[in-house]
Write a protein that binds this ligand. Structure first.
Ligand code: NAP
Length: 554
């Protein structure tokens, strides 16, 4: 194994020397938000650590999802690192919902500002990790043939990093250009005057479609399940607003930590029944929340939106009416409208998406009724035999969310137990952080972690994982892993909360990735703790305060 190696950083074009030190105690997989935050935490705690990153640049999901139109759907003022006030004062966000290049630039700035690059090995996709029972260490192998070992292995691979495989027969026979939104090439692609197909209408498909429609000669959008489209607020941040945000650093993060989903937004403060069916009042609160834009609509209307069928349906109907107002052709509008409760699939923020269908060259193709059955050399064929000849296919098919980046590794825990066997029937973890049978292994956003604003969630879990690693080291323990009954209890709690929502009965039928239903053969069940960020933060912190009663320490 070499001590130093040269990697080509795609972002900066600079060759950076990365060091593999033999005294590395913790290996962190992924140089996105969570991996970087973890590295900072470990450094702070004096734990020698190294990041292994598959890409050749910083950013994780924000490195790979380089497609036109990609941007955050959480406000940039909280979609960032919370741990350093200096950093918050130094960095000025240009956009309220930052574009992908801006987020990537930010993460590169963080890496440089905190001198993280010297501890990052790029182009190093982890292919295997085996736990050695005798020595209580992990042996890790990478795609470039390096073998490393460490005491602690931390996954910073995010929720949506392993792309769903293209399932259509013949996709490799296509003679035109094709792209996946999740690994869009760095070089600019010209779609000018081309016939383009977009397959998939989740967040990625909805973001890319309006941009494509500006340039392409024709666009066919292949939709299987419609999504609710929330109003976007893509505005630049004025100097005055930026100053105000910086001055409110402590307030912003205090409010976000108290918010159910880690946003700096007040909750609704009312339930549906409190409005006594008063149509005028209901419309007033819906209009105000819709105008706020983004996830404000979810959290600022009724506090019982996830548990009260009537409240949820009222919001759904409001959004359906918006579609009819924005899309001129009523037939197309009807096909764009979902029939399931709001939030059964993660809602999408759409900027000009619905309006795209008013352009004469943009067409919606319903592949629920008539599924795609093959890709042919000239285009796409559906089950009924219809053929759509195109020059470019854009696949926006989503991800093997939560688990794909972990199960994609030949990962073996105690006594050679594989990750596939651990998650064959049900995808369980303890608090989304640890997994029984996989000692000294941690996940910054594992299955059944809290559903919340990602950077704030990652900050919370990085601190807790840091505490656990410090505890193991300081107390002379060799390994830590959760008790099976604790894991079972946590899964029971996650299921109980999920089953109490109005979304639960519908999630599987609409292929929601949040329950694993978008991947054939994957065990289904809620992959979130839906109890909110404040409750989650309190529960995970309780473990460390009590000295890890739900863990086996050896
Ligand atoms: P997604 O929400 O899972 O959407 C995938 C799309 O592909 C769905 O419309 C799905 O249809 C369709 N699809 C999959 N297989 C298909 C098939 N065989 N035939 C036809 N259609 C098929 O994936 P995504 O859009 O990449 O978004 C995933 C998540 O990533 C988001 O929910 C979000 O958390 C995150 N994300 C965030 C942003 C952002 O905010 N900035 C941007 C992009 C992604 P079905 O629904 O019928 O399965």
């Amino acid at each position: 194994m070499p001590d130093t190696m040269e990697t080509n950083d795609r972002n900066s074009g600079i060759h950076t020397a990365t060091n593999y030190k033999s005294d590395i105690e913790a290996l962190v997989i992924g140089a996105g938000f969570s991996g970087l935050r973890m590295l900072l935490e470990l450094r702070e705690r004096g734990v020698p650590a190294q990041i292994l990153e598959a890409g050749v640049g910083i950013g994780g999901a924000w490195y790979w999802n380089n497609y036109p139109g990609c941007r955050t759907d959480v406000e940039s003022s909280v979609y960032c690192m919370d741990f350093s006030e200096e950093l918050y004062q130094e960095w000025t966000w240009k956009e309220q919902y930052a574009t992908q290049p801006e987020v990537r630039e930010y993460l590169n700035y963080v890496a440089d500002r905190f001198d993280l690059r010297r501890s990052i090995s790029f182009n190093s996709k982890v292919t295997a990790a085996y736990f050695d029972n005798e020595q209580n260490i992990w042996h890790v192998r990478t795609s470039r043939g390096d073998s490393l070992s460490c005491r602690f292995l931390v996954f910073g691979t995010g929720f949506v990093s392993a792309a769903k495989k293209i399932p259509f027969p013949g996709f490799d026979t296509f003679q035109g250009e094709w792209y996946q939104t999740s690994s869009w090439p760095e070089e600019k692609q010209s779609l000018q005057g081309k016939r383009v197909a977009v397959i998939g209408t989740g967040s990625s498909g909805v973001q890319v479609t309006p941009l494509v429609s500006h340039a392409a000669k024709s666009v066919h959008v292949f939709q299987r399940t419609p999504n609710y489209i929330l109003r976007s607020r893509y505005e630049t941040i004025s100097q005055e607003r930026a100053t105000g945000l910086k001055a409110d650093y402590s307030g912003i993060w205090a409010r976000a930590r108290e918010n159910l989903m880690g946003f700096d937004q007040p909750s609704a403060g009312r339930t549906f029944s409190e409005l006594n069916g008063d149509a005028v009042s209901i419309k007033r609160v819906l209009d105000a929340a819709y105008e706020t834009g983004g996830f404000g609509f979810l959290l600022q209307v009724f506090d019982d939106v996830f548990t009260n069928k009537e409240a949820n349906e009222t919001m759904c109907e409001y959004l359906r009416e918006k579609t009819f107002a924005l899309v001129k052709d009523p037939e197309t509008a009807a096909r764009l409208n979902p029939d399931y409760p709001l939030f059964t699939k993660r809602p999408v923020i759409g900027h000009g998406y619905l309006e795209s269908f008013n352009k004469p060259h943009v067409h919606l193709v319903d592949v629920h009724a008539d599924p795609i059955n093959a890709i042919v050399p000239t285009g796409i064929r559906t089950a009924s035999g219809k053929q759509f000849d195109v020059d470019v296919i854009i696949y926006a098919l989503g991800f093997d969310a939560h688990t794909g980046a972990i199960t994609g590794i030949d990962l073996r825990g105690r006594e050679g137990r594989t990750i596939q066997s651990a998650w064959s029937k049900s995808i369980d973890t303890y608090q989304g952080l640890t997994l029984e049978g996989f000692p000294n292994m941690f996940m910054l956003s594992g299955p059944k972690t809290v559903l919340a604003n990602f950077p704030l969630l990652a900050s919370t879990t990085a601190i807790e994982i840091g505490k656990m690693i410090t505890f193991v080291r300081d107390h002379g323990h060799k390994a830590i892993e959760p008790l099976p009954e604790a894991q079972e209890r946590w899964s029971g709690l996650c299921d109980m909360i999920f089953n109490g929502t109005v979304m639960a009965p519908h999630s599987a039928r609409v292929n929601s990735w949040e329950v694993g239903a978008n991947i054939p053969g994957k065990p289904t069940g809620s992959l979130w703790f839906l109890g909110g960020l404040p409750a989650y933060t309190a529960q995970v912190a309780e473990e460390s305060i009590a000295g890890y009663p739900n863990y086996v320490l050896s």
